[in-house]
Design a protein around this ligand. Structure first.
Ligand code: S3P
Length: 175
């Protein structure tokens, strides 16, 4: 399998880990969120405000299909909700080696509360609201995340160890 797709909750480090992993494997890196913003020429917060979440899910699915259909091997980081809609996780599992970057809800709350990135679904939440959102949403999303082919703990992760785990899970770079 020559594509690697990282899935997980917002704040779990998919983009940072994805970039490092891609550089370690000498593969191109794609991020569905930034690809979305380039393709539709609008920021995700503005898109949510103008068109709403339902239409966002339709468009992010189109972005996923586009990236999975590229001929090139790659590392792809996905938006946190993306694998939880329609059959997107089945598609990811069919076309790539999927990795769930798993983090505890308390780590996620700590990271999200100190992040400067605007995330439309959690913007302007107080700490108790954010904690409640992360705990409840993580439970429903893990039904999907846990179907990844590799589940890897995101806290204190070492890229070389992730590469070894990927190889053990059957990852082979295409020659
Ligand atoms: C979302 C997560 C975001 C982005 C959008 C919706 C979600 O991506 O796709 O704001 O549903 O949790 P990150 O996981 O990169 O924050």
């Amino acid at each position: 399998m020559a594509k690697i797709v990282l899935i997980g909750f917002p704040g779990s480090g998919k983009t940072t880990v994805g970039k490092k992993l891609a550089s370690r494997l000498s593969l191109p890196f794609f991020d569905t969120d930034s690809h979305f913003e380039d393709k539709y020429c609008i920021s995700i917060p503005d898109f949510f405000q103008k068109y709403g979440e339902t239409y966002f899910r339709i468009c992010e699915r189109a972005v996923l299909e586009e990236l999975l259909n590229l001929e090139t091997d790659s590392v792809i980081a996905t938006g946190g909700g993306l694998p939880c809609y329609r059959d997107s996780l089945d598609l990811i599992n069919e076309k790539s080696l999927s990795v769930y970057l798993k983090m505890s809800s308390s780590s996620l709350v700590t990271r999200l509360s100190s992040s400067h990135r605007v995330r439309p679904l959690i913007r302007e939440m107080s700490l108790p609201e954010l904690t409640n959102y992360v705990e409840t949403t993580l439970i429903s999303r893990e039904i999907f995340y846990n179907r990844a082919q590799l589940i890897y703990k995101g806290e204190n992760m070492v890229i070389a160890d992730l590469v070894s785990a990927l190889v053990s899970a059957g990852y082979k770079k295409r020659e």
